[in-house]
Design a protein around this ligand. Structure first.
Ligand code: BG6
Length: 506
């Protein structure tokens, strides 16, 4: 076997991006300030960006380069994961430029082109440009059109062009397909990077490592041994200042269509031929294509909207009282769906997906819950005080895994069995803190590395699952309320109780 320490292809060696410029649309948005700009700084701080690097901001603000640099600086100081180092900032800030202009104005894109030529020469970014669209989806088509018409999408002979699209990819299957066709007129599939930031999380990538790098899990990974799978993404916060984005989108489009269906695909898919992006995508697509939309949507889905309540000891308002939300909004802030998978491995095993704002606490987990032992041989002295065996991927916070199983209580003359847990915590096992998802994904864009980005088909298949559910919910009108700080509407409990099961309390 090759000595990995000497092997130049060893992926443990840092992968450093080549010369490149990121053109950021949507610089004043929350995502840019809280995630994208800090992640770029963190990459620079980790030595993963080259000296020939530039960030070009585009927005309708009367800013000079220095004003935009100050914005980036403030975002980095407030939100970067790694410590602030003046020398790293000095290097990075030399490549910061700003183009003021309206998205509808072709001359603004001419100025952008001019600025990119300037940074290519002055900063050595060599004509490699990534266009990062962190803007409302309604604006995607105009930006893509302007990029095309200004000639910005033309790939230089020795360079690359890439486009990065933030979710949501459409509002339904039809609009997602329209967006795909707009994109594909200008960019080839290998130039399009759709961000689902969950795939950038270490704990999410670990699902495939655990399943396919070990022998002890996969033999049990099927309907013979698994009773159900519960995938939860819960947040204690409300919608904060995101009314404009969230209202009309709601919990299912915001989180289930992308993050939770991706978690489900990774948990349930077959082993790919290898880890080349097309093979991983193929398996995810196959899995998503096997998902059955519930025949009785009323019985197997639930939604809700948060009402006033208490969170962390303070009173909080309901969704309809949030700033910017119409008083008659029917947007759901909680969604739960039971999905079945139509294949041999998973026949009869329900996957319960739920997400919500203003729930009991912030937690994302995938809980694989096993069947009961088929026979208990212990006789009369047996006392069972135990739930079902479970393997839980703790995606965040408190990243790690938990295995829950029954164990004899020591000292008891009876065979008294109680639940215990075996825990794997990232902090105990690994020295390095995990990078933020955006660090990994932005680096992959700059390296042109696509495995962690959902393909067009996956997105379309996810909408195929959600569209009929959303249509029925729209017909039903106002979602039921649920108290802030709890675990969702009573409809969600009733939904799982119909199957004779209960939700895990994360
Ligand atoms: C985003 C959603 O995609 O994911 C947000 O738009 C949500 O509404 C966020 O809060 C959750 O991300 P994370 O990484 O904090 O679980």
């Amino acid at each position: 076997m090759a000595n990995p320490l000497r092997d130049p292809a060893d992926l443990r060696l840092p992968r450093v991006a080549g010369p490149s410029a990121v053109v950021l649309f949507g610089v004043t948005g929350d995502l840019a300030r809280k995630k994208i700009m800090p992640a770029i700084y963190d990459l620079a701080n980790r030595g993963l960006l080259p000296p020939g690097f530039a960030i070009v901001g585009f927005a309708r603000r009367e800013w000079a380069d220095e004003d935009f640099a100050q914005e980036v600086h403030d975002a980095v100081r407030s939100h970067a994961r790694t410590p602030f180092r003046e020398e790293v900032w000095q290097q990075l800030s030399q490549g910061i430029r700003f183009v003021a202009g309206d998205l509808n104005d072709p001359s603004a894109f001419d100025r952008l082109k001019h600025t990119l030529h300037e940074v290519d020469r002055a900063r050595g970014t060599l004509g490699n440009h990534a266009f990062y669209l962190s803007i409302p989806p309604g604006l995607f088509p105009i930006v893509i059109k302007q990029i095309k018409e200004s000639g910005l999408a033309q790939r230089p002979e020795h360079g690359w062009r890439r486009v990065v699209i933030e979710k949501p990819f459409g509002q339904d299957l039809r609009s997602a397909q329209e967006l795909d066709s707009v994109l594909s007129e200008v960019f080839s599939p290998d130039e399009i990077f759709r961000i689902d930031h969950y795939l950038g999380k270490e704990t999410v990538q670990n699902i495939l490592a655990v399943r396919f790098a070990n022998e002890m899990f996969e033999p049990l990974w099927n309907s013979n041994y698994i009773d159900n799978v519960q995938i939860t993404q819960a947040e204690d916060i409300g919608i904060g200042g995101r009314a404009g984005y969230y209202d009309g989108i709601g919990a299912a489009r915001d989180v289930i269509q992308n993050h939770l269906l991706q978690l489900m695909a990774l948990t349930a898919m077959e082993e790919p031929l290898n880890f080349d992006p097309e093979h991983v995508r193929q398996e995810k697509e196959k899995l998503l294509a096997s998902v059955q939309v519930p025949a009785d949507i009323g019985a197997h889905t639930a939604r809700g909207q948060y009402s006033p309540g208490w969170q962390g000891g303070v009173p909080v308002c309901g969704y309809l009282e949030e700033e910017g939300i119409p008083a008659d909004s029917q947007t759901e802030t909680f969604a739960a769906i039971r999905l079945m998978i139509d294949n041999r491995r998973w026949a009869g095993v329900p996957f319960y997906l739920r997400t919500g704002k203003r729930l009991g606490r912030r937690v994302t987990e995938v809980a694989v819950i096993f069947k009961k032992a088929p026979h208990l041989p212990f006789g009369r002295d047996f006392v069972m005080d135990s739930a079902d065996n479970a393997l839980v991927f703790r995606i965040q916070p408190d990243e790690g895994m938990t295995l829950r199983f029954g164990s004899k209580v020591p000292g008891s003359a009876a065979m008294e069995v109680r639940d215990v847990t075996m825990d794997f915590q990232y902090g105990d096992s690994f020295v390095d803190a995990s990078p933020e998802a955006y660090e990994r994904l932005i680096l992959d864009v700059l390296l042109g590395d696509p495995p962690l980005f959902p393909g067009e088909q996956e997105v379309d298949l996810s909408w195929r699952i959600l569209d009929p559910i959303l249509a029925q919910w729209t017909e039903q009108g106002q979602p039921p309320g649920y108290a802030s700080g709890g675990w969702g509407p009573s409809e969600a409990y009733a939904m799982i109780a119909r199957d004779g099961r209960i939700w895990r309390r994360p």
